[in-house]
Ligand binder design. Sequence first.
Ligand SMILES: [Zn+2]
Length: 68
Amino acid sequence: MSQSHQTIEPWLRGIIRCPQCKGEVTDVPAASGGTEVAELRCDTCHLAYPVEGGVPVLLVDLARRTDS
Ligand SMILES: [Zn+2]
């Protein structure tokens, strides 16, 4: 089993919410294409949460601001 892919488990993706506003987040595909997800973006908070090895890092402190 390869761990190199970035695909988030469907059951996990289904329960992911923005930790700040509890709203739904949008998948941001990786630049390389395919089904990889590079970030999970919240358009309400203007934050993008990183996805590392298929594991979303839902920490506001580690999120990238998208409005600057
Ligand atoms: Zn949010």
